[in-house]
Design a protein around this ligand. Structure first.
Ligand code: NAP
Length: 282
């Protein structure tokens, strides 16, 4: 690729729907930074292209890279080093250059924890729905960030959930049939599945909202729509609710801080994202 100006790239497949270019370009322009951020599709299995693009990171024309599905694990073999948190999650979403070495980091964990700050959710029982990439970040965050007293990973696919729990040495695999019992003592419920995401906005991963009450904090990692059916029904039942937008912004802010040394202007970014999402839902 040729870079006309100092560039950051998002590598993944698909990337056409990604909000990361809007987030970072809004932040660059609000701070007057002469950078641009672009999404670049690297097809599933095209590791040669992935490797070539990672090699182009020179700290001048290509300053840093974000990585998303399906390359978050594959990219590890093209890097010189990993931060402890990226090693723990087993996935990289942010790459930067340090003393000429390409370092892989994972900002999903700090992104996940950011909206929970000050909510008094330490040492509590956590239920995570799903066992994919976002669930793994949530598992590490609940374990090391919240010091959870128990972590249940609720899954339709006991094989992939068992692999996630074994890889991370975190959590216990549960089925959806066990959810009513788990919710009796859980404080934090995390939706790390795509159920309820646009355009299937009338779906919810918890079929019986009466299982939810004011003793729960329900955190849906989906950001489109900003209030999912799960969050709507949880709010009606009196639960505290958190949508996926704060995590999306906080994980981007983590990468932005590493790359530029500046804090992301979160207010500008929030405004741009909310406007964008409102116009796509209308
Ligand atoms: P992923 O790796 O594909 O994992 C999704 C998991 O959801 C699967 O492992 C599966 O778990 C479960 N699942 C999929 N379809 C389901 C269905 N129909 N019913 C029940 N469970 C189902 O995806 P991901 O990257 O983890 O993303 C998951 C969600 O988090 C997406 O909505 C994504 O947009 C969101 N997310 C948000 C942020 C943020 O910054 N806010 C960041 C990352 C992801 P089982 O097979 O074990 O049931």
């Amino acid at each position: 690729m040729s870079y006309k100006e100092a560039t950051f790239l998002l590598l993944g497949d698909p990337v056409y729907h990604s909000l990361s270019p809007l987030i970072h370009n809004t932040a660059f322009s609000a701070l007057g930074l002469p950078f641009r951020y672009a999404a670049h599709r690297v097809a599933v299995g095209d590791e040669a292209k992935l490797e070539k693009l990672i090699r182009e990171i020179d700290g001048v024309s290509l300053i840093g890279v974000n990585v998303t599905i399906p390359h978050k694990s594959a990219v590890v073999s093209f890097l010189d080093d990993l931060t402890p948190i990226a090693r723990k999650v087993g996935a990289v979403n942010t790459i930067y250059l340090e003393n000429g070495r390409k370092v892989g980091h994972n900002t999903d964990v700090e992104g996940f924890l950011s909206p929970l700050d000050g909510l008094n959710l330490n040492n509590k029982e956590v239920v995570i729905l799903g066992s994919g990439g976002a669930a793994r970040a949530a598992m590490v965050a609940a374990d090391s960030g919240l010091n959870a007293s128990h972590i249940s990973v609720v899954s339709r696919n006991l094989e992939s959930a068992s692999a996630a729990c074994a890889d991370l040495s975190i959590g216990e695999v549960k089925t959806y049939d066990e959810l009513p019992e788990l919710l009796k003592t859980a404080s934090l419920i995390v939706n790390a599945t795509p159920v309820g995401m646009w355009p299937e906005t009338n779906q919810s991963p918890i079929n019986n909202p009466r299982l939810l009450s004011e003793k729960h904090t329900v955190y849906d990692l989906i950001y489109n729509p900003t209030e999912t059916e799960l969050l709507r029904s949880a709010r009606i039942q009196g639960a505290s609710t958190i949508g996926g937008l704060p995590m999306l912004i906080a994980q981007a802010a983590g990468a932005f801080r590493i790359w530029t040394g500046s804090e992301m202007p979160v207010k500008d970014v929030n405004w741009a994202l909310n406007n964008h999402l409102k116009s796509t839902l209308d």
